[in-house]
Design a protein around this ligand. Structure first.
Ligand code: SF4
Length: 140
């Protein structure tokens, strides 16, 4: 997933992923994590769930080819999942600089992209970029 990132669908519709047993977006995930995501997941008692990518983003770690929080059937932290997971399949297409539904999502036609969702994705991407810079400064 080249692009960066509440789901375009409400949770009732998001269950389409569950109904169709689709786990594609949780396989080999590169989902970036915001400060809020990390703090929320740590409060759930988890550690060692992220990696820092070459682009500086802290992302979900994979295990056995899928997100460390996916047990093969479902997301084990669904109600605490990262913001990007909630927006998905709405993503920012970095080449076209616009929010779109990820072409890699086989069920994207079932999701609706609204202006509110697009704004939310853009705000999240800006926040992630700003947090990345802050983290880099802290590391140096
Ligand atoms: S946190 Fe949950 S929804 Fe997000 S990639 Fe991992 S298993 Fe999938």
């Amino acid at each position: 997933m080249k692009a960066l990132f509440e789901s375009p669908a409400k949770d009732g519709v998001k269950s389409i992923c569950l109904q169709r047993s689709c786990t594609k977006c949780c396989q080999d995930t590169e989902m970036p994590l915001s400060d809020l995501d990390i703090s929320r997941i740590e409060k759930l008692g988890f550690r060692n769930f992220s990696v820092v990518k070459r682009n500086g983003h802290r992302c979900l770690r994979n295990s056995s080819g899928r997100c460390v929080f996916h047990d093969g059937l479902r997301c084990t932290i669904y109600f605490g999942r990262p913001e990007g997971c909630r927006f998905y399949p709405a993503v920012l297409d970095l080449d076209r600089k616009q929010v779109t539904l990820d072409k890699h999502c086989p069920n994207r036609s079932l999701f609706r992209l609204t202006p509110q969702i697009s704004r939310g994705v853009i705000r999240l991407v800006h926040r992630l970029e700003s947090e990345k810079k802050r983290t880099q400064v802290t590391v140096v």
